[in-house]
Design a protein around this ligand. Structure first.
Ligand SMILES: NC(=O)c1ccc[n+]([C@@H]2O[C@H](COP(=O)([O-])OP(=O)(O)OC[C@H]3O[C@@H](n4cnc5c(N)ncnc54)[C@H](OP(=O)(O)O)[C@@H]3O)[C@@H](O)[C@H]2O)c1
Length: 243
């Protein structure tokens, strides 16, 4: 039986690599504004910072779930943004609103809609929220971003407990490490006035220490196959690399 793989933010960076590394014979769907562009990737165009898009995207996901006799269904909510990088009270208010809606709210709402769509389905089901090391420490300049990833981690812990009780979907949060994507280029370009921690990321780049998105994507798919991975887990891929 076929696998259904849906990745939000599949047009770029890690999300694109996750679609490219999806299990063989997968039906692959990207939810983003610009699209993956590959011939075998279905594009659901959506601006996930706009709450009006969530119902339409949720309904499309539910329709895809209902359409096939799937052997496995995986949703990876990966879309995210750091914009606007800067101190709270000093950045553009509309950009802050979009950041909060995309990073904090869209994942929880789409996650809820996904769990509703797969409730009556008995195949292997997985919901992955892409988190960040920034969920676990205060990073001046990244307040709404870090807060959103911390919210993901608690949402996953809580919903994982619920799914253990009833539901049976594997729900996990995964921090990918520092990965060579356009988001990292944006970080390196930031003025230290807005992001005092910028030199660390410039140094990592200079030393060639950013992870390859394809390697990170394969590590994430391998993680999902680990028999001891339990629902509700909050995983940092760097901890696993370190053993
Ligand atoms: N790179 C890292 O080092 C790193 C570290 C920790 C966590 N992460 C997390 O990994 C995930 C992927 O990041 P990345 O580094 O691959 O970044 P990226 O290259 O900038 O890609 C971001 C993706 O999110 C999508 N996106 C952004 N705003 C959107 C919107 N309003 N509606 C729909 N889709 C939107 C983009 O698609 P469109 O522009 O086409 O809409 C794009 O596909 C993010 O959740 C990020 O927080 C990354």
């Amino acid at each position: 039986m076929d696998t259904l793989v849906i990745v939000t933010g599949g047009s770029s960076g890690l999300g694109r690599a996750l679609l490219d590394a999806a299990p063989p014979a997968s039906t692959r769907i990207d939810v983003s504004r610009s699209g993956h562009g590959g011939p075998d990737v279905v594009h659901i165009p959506a601006d996930l910072a706009d709450p009006d898009s969530w119902e339409q995207v949720g309904e499309r996901i539910a329709a895809e779930v209902a359409r096939g006799d799937w052997g496995r269904i995986t949703l990876i909510h990966n879309a995210g943004t750091l914009t606007p990088i800067g101190y709270a009270g000093e950045t553009d208010s509309d950009a802050v609103t979009a950041n909060v809606l995309l990073n904090s709210a869209a994942g929880q709402v789409l996650g809820h809609r996904f769990l509703a769509a797969v409730r009556g389905v008995s195949c292997r089901r997985e919901l992955v929220l892409i988190s960040s090391g920034a969920a676990r420490k205060a990073v001046p300049g990244w307040a709404t971003y870090g807060a959103s990833k911390a919210a993901f981690d608690l949402w996953v812990r809580t919903v994982g407990e619920e799914q253990r009780d009833r539901g049976g979907t594997l729900v996990v949060s995964v921090a990918p490490g520092v990965v060579a994507t356009p988001m990292q280029a944006e970080i390196r370009d930031t003025d230290p006035h807005d992001f005092p921690g910028v030199s660390r990321f410039r140094d990592l780049y200079q030393r060639g220490e950013l992870a390859d998105p394809d390697v990170t994507a394969r590590a994430l798919w391998a993680l999902l196959d680990e028999p001891d991975l339990t629902t509700g887990s909050v995983v940092d891929l760097r901890d696993r690399d370190a053993g």
